[in-house]
Design a protein around this ligand. Structure first.
Ligand code: UGA
Length: 435
């Protein structure tokens, strides 16, 4: 199969490399010349475990290439994927579809022969219809089928999510697309992974419903965690106690500082807008968004309380800045609001993150960056774990204690248990463990 991938961002790059690894010939297209030049030099613009090796291997095998040239690869392709960004539109929270529609127009101008055009970008219900309308208007003679095929991969685990997905959702309106899409996912299909064919609109909504449900699940356990602190219960045990019920499931029940990232905040907001526009509000998700927004600043208050209500002039060491481990992505990271709220209280912020410090510098002011947890803990009155990178899971408490002004660990990811930290002589605050 010949595949053209429009957009070499996170989803486009990972999907392109994985499809090439399946044996297809993939050309990744992007307008950003600098990005394509870097990719052609073998430099991967994002941090994603395993991606550099996968790209290198498939480029070497001649199955994967990168270009800014649009029409050649699109005219030769059997399947063209649209994997461009759909950011929140400034002002109203709707998904901004201008890149998707621009891509649709350009694809229409170039396609030759029967071509499947697939939206992989997260797009609101009805976008596929509009993509098809634009393409038919641009090229009434084009023989195309427009398909929805949302992506469910997580940053930091994207390659394994792509190769071992729980399901693949494909929304079609033209039966001819069924066979081609089955061929595209042939290795997974042969491994008996469920390929779920639906209508295009249903497929588009599945993506938003999945992300909204997961965001709601996290927010639910975060609220239960707050209650645990008041009534003397342990949220970790509650997660286990409810998660063992197969109807609930144990994943995404880890209480923390609130969800962030490039997907949940944007997609929940876009779903709320779509629902409001259709006079069918999704109130659970509206509330989820509101709770998650306030949670981040509440986390700063937790730190302030642990420091007896006053952080003025105090040095605070932040471990972890990215919205989750194994990524360099700072988009909507809880660390941003937490740090800003602590700075508003007069704290001096020192921070360390294995991959996120460059991105952080463009977002946060007045933060001093260090080389290790111990480096920034020097003279600090609190060390705060905001992102649960593996290297923060085995901290040398004696060393921390010896360099800190006051030994206090605030663990917003429940990496440790209260007993083990207190045994080492540090004061400890965590999430939802009122026992
Ligand atoms: C999410 C979904 O998990 C993917 O299935 C989806 O494809 C992707 O969005 C997308 O729409 O592209 P991602 O944003 O990469 O993936 O990261 P997650 O692992 O889902 O984490 C999101 C946030 O929730 C993080 O801030 C994380 O710390 C938080 N989280 C997650 C919790 O606080 N508790 C949990 O139990 C799980």
């Amino acid at each position: 199969m010949k595949i053209a991938m429009i957009g070499s961002g996170y989803v486009g790059l990972v999907s392109g490399a994985c499809f090439a690894d399946f044996g297809h010939t993939v050309v990744c297209i992007d307008k950003a010349e600098g990005k394509i030049e870097a990719l052609n030099r073998g430099e991967i613009p994002i941090f994603e475990p395993g991606l550099d090796a996968l790209v290198a291997e498939n480029v070497k095998a001649g199955r994967l290439s990168f270009t800014t040239e649009f029409s050649g690869p699109v005219s030769e392709a059997d399947v063209v994927f649209i994997a461009v960004g759909t950011p929140s539109r400034r002002g109203d929270g709707h998904a901004d579809l201008s890149y998707v529609y621009a891509a649709a127009r350009e694809i229409a101008e170039s396609v030759k022969g029967f071509t499947i055009v697939v939206t992989k970008s997260t797009v609101p219900v009805g976008t596929g219809d509009e993509v098809e309308r634009i393409m038919r208007e641009t090229r009434p003679d084009a023989d195309i089928a427009v398909v929805s095929n949302p992506e469910f991969l997580r940053e930091g685990a994207a390659i394994s999510d792509f190769k071992r997905p729980d399901r693949i959702v494909v929304g079609i309106e033209d039966e001819r697309a069924r066979e081609v899409m089955t061929e595209v996912y042939r290795p997974l299909y042969l491994n008996q992974l469920p390929l779920l064919f639906t209508t295009r609109r249903t497929s588009e909504l599945i993506k938003y419903a999945a992300n909204a449900f997961l965001a709601m699940k996290i927010t639910f356990i975060n609220e239960i965690a707050d209650l645990c602190e008041k009534v003397g219960a342990d949220v970790q045990q509650i997660s286990r106690g409810i998660g063992l019920d197969g109807r609930i499931g144990s994943k995404f029940l880890h209480a923390g500082p609130g969800y962030g990232g490039s997907c949940f905040p944007k997609d929940t907001l876009a779903l709320v807008k779509t629902a409001q526009d259709n006079d069918s509000p999704v109130r659970l998700i509206e509330t989820t968004i509101a709770i998650n927004d306030t949670r981040k600043r509440a986390m700063a208050r937790k730190v302030i309380n642990a420091l007896n209500g006053d952080v003025r002039g105090k040095k605070i060491a932040i471990l972890g800045l990215t919205f989750k481990p194994e990524t360099d992505d700072m988009r909507d990271a809880p660390s941003i609001s937490i740090i800003q709220a602590l700075q508003d209280g007069g704290a001096r912020i020192f921070a360390y993150d294995p991959e996120g410090m460059e991105a952080s510098k463009a977002i946060l002011d007045n933060v001093t960056y260090g080389n290790s947890p111990y480096d920034i803990a020097e003279g600090a009155e609190a060390v705060v774990i905001v992102t649960e990178w593996n290297q923060f899971r085995a901290l040398d408490f004696q060393r921390l204690k010896s360099v800190m002004a006051k030994p206090l660990l605030v663990d917003l990811r429940n990496v440790y248990t209260p007993d083990e930290v207190k045994r080492h002589g540090l004061a400890y605050a965590s999430i939802g463990r009122g026992t």
